[in-house]
Design a binder for this molecule. Structure first.
Ligand SMILES: *[C@@H]1O[C@H](CO)[C@@H](O)[C@H](O)[C@H]1NC(C)=O
Length: 122
């Protein structure tokens, strides 16, 4: 019986490492568009793109959780895959409208700040 224990002790971390290494991103769940986001649940990401990316975004496997917005540009971001749509070049994510808009269409009174991390998707 000892050998089974030894074997599983050796194997389990190997399997875990393998799953982390193949994706490079932490496990997460992307919620449906209709589900309410819960800021307390870091592992869940609310998807603002209802099944398709819309005219101003394109499909991406790992678009991350810190897209550039009218108000913020992040220097760093946690390694979550996030939603599977990314704003097209020259477009930023508008957090009020919950869609990508042309950067030049951002409200004039908002001055974009470069910050350490601004996490948009929860
Ligand atoms: C696309 O971007 C334009 C220009 O900023 C904006 O007016 C429009 O609302 C956006 N549409 C969608 C569906 O994201």
């Amino acid at each position: 019986m000892i050998w089974i224990k030894t074997l599983s002790l050796l194997l389990l971390p190997a399997l875990f490492m393998n799953s982390v290494m193949t994706t490079g991103f932490a496990e997460e769940t992307v919620l449906n568009h209709d589900d309410d986001p819960d800021p307390g649940r870091e592992k869940y990401i609310w998807n603002p793109f209802p099944g398709f990316c819309g005219e101003n975004a394109t499909k991406a496997r790992c678009a991350g959780v810190c897209p550039e917005t009218c108000a913020f540009k992040s220097l760093k971001c946690p390694n979550y895959c996030g939603v599977n749509c990314i704003c097209k070049p020259d477009y930023v994510f508008d957090e009020k409208l919950q869609l990508c808009i042309l950067k030049s269409d951002c409200p004039q009174d908002i001055k974009q700040e470069v910050v350490e991390t601004h996490r948009v998707f929860q």
